[in-house]
Design a protein around this ligand. Structure first.
Ligand code: PEP
Ligand code: MG
Length: 313
């Protein structure tokens, strides 16, 4: 019976017994947004705004940013969209931000850290996002990348509020942030876990390096334990915590993430229907059993096997 249920998805992200888990799209361009909307995404859990800056010889003027963001937001009129502020540095250097040579760019001044030195660049982006939210009619939230502490989160949330943006949260993609998820949720409206960077920093394994790819497997129990902690913090504070890294696109892992108490999953358009159907095929208690089994497993393959056994037994 379960296998039959898995084939169908009614377009509302929820377990079979009605526990809401929003199924959202990751987008980085107007074409991505169209694809996510067509795939049935209930909104956008991660809008990567880098596309607007990467080839620019200078910081794009607010009006140009506003138009670029509006083009991405428009397919999601009336729906929730989380716009991530500029995540530059490391592998994404920007021509107009002259950065020091960094011996370890992944550990350097990247993401929100750039904004501590250049808050006016962040403020102009927030201004453009607020205007694009009004132009498009999307329900826009903003989110900062590469946050490590609750103090940094509070700094960002305050600037977002000053720009007139009602909802502001941060990414959990640094292990210290996962360990401080509760304190971070206390000063922000939501968090979203970036499992790509969280795995990289947890396992000290470059996400772009094939030789260490097995360490960056999202089924690694060491990573799952951090995700469980963030789910626990969400429950304790009553605030939403989602996942927007690649982990959310795996239909079986999606059940585990729901079982941790994570409340939204954001993924590439191609995975939306399979993840929506996977959640619809199980109860929340089955998800919680899968989560408990996976997190207690000693390695990747037993975590996957234990999660699978917990929902098919
Ligand atoms: C992540 O790190 O998991 C994430 C979603 O952000 P990006 O892949 O853009 O670094
Ligand atoms: Mg990241």
């Amino acid at each position: 019976a379960k296998a039959a249920a898995v084939a169908e998805w009614n377009g509302t992200g929820a377990t079979a017994d009605g526990r809401k888990v929003k199924v959202l799209g990751n987008v980085g361009s107007p074409a991505d947004a169209e694809a996510a909307a067509r795939a049935g995404a209930e909104g956008v859990g991660l809008f990567r705004t880098e596309f607007c800056y990467l080839d620019a010889p200078a910081e794009p003027p607010v009006q140009r940013q506003r138009e670029a963001y509006t083009a991405v937001l428009t397919p999601f009129h009336g729906k929730p969209v989380i716009v991530r502020t500029l995540d530059a540095g490391a592998d994404k250097p920007l021509a107009f931000l002259s950065q020091e040579d960094e011996p370890n760019p992944a550990l350097g001044v990247r993401g929100l850290r750039i904004a501590f030195d250049l808050p006016e660049v962040l403020d102009r982006q927030l201004e453009a996002i607020a205007a694009a939210a009004a132009d498009s009619g999307a329900e826009v939230s903003v989110m900062a990348p590469m946050v490590a502490t609750a103090t940094e989160a509070a700094w960002f949330v305050e600037r977002a509020r000053a720009a007139g943006i009602a909802r502001a949260g941060v990414m959990i993609e640094v292990p210290a942030a996962a360990l401080s998820a509760r304190e971070i949720l206390e000063v922000s409206d939501f968090v979203s876990i970036g499992t790509n960077d969280l795995a990289q920093y947890t396992f000290a394994a470059d996400r772009q390096l094939g030789a260490v790819a097995p360490l960056n497997d999202p089924w690694q129990p060491g990573l799952l334990r951090l995700l469980a902690m963030v789910g626990e913090a969400a429950r304790a504070t009553g605030k939403p915590a989602g996942v927007c890294g690649e982990a959310a696109a795996d239909p079986l892992l999606a059940r585990v993430l729901a079982g941790f108490g994570l409340t939204s999953l954001s993924m590439n358009a191609a995975a939306v229907r399979a993840v929506g159907a996977s959640l619809a095929g199980v109860t929340f208690d089955e998800c919680a059993a899968a989560a408990g089994a996976a997190v207690a497993a000693p390695d990747v393959s037993s975590a996957r096997a234990a999660a699978s056994a917990a929902v098919s037994g």
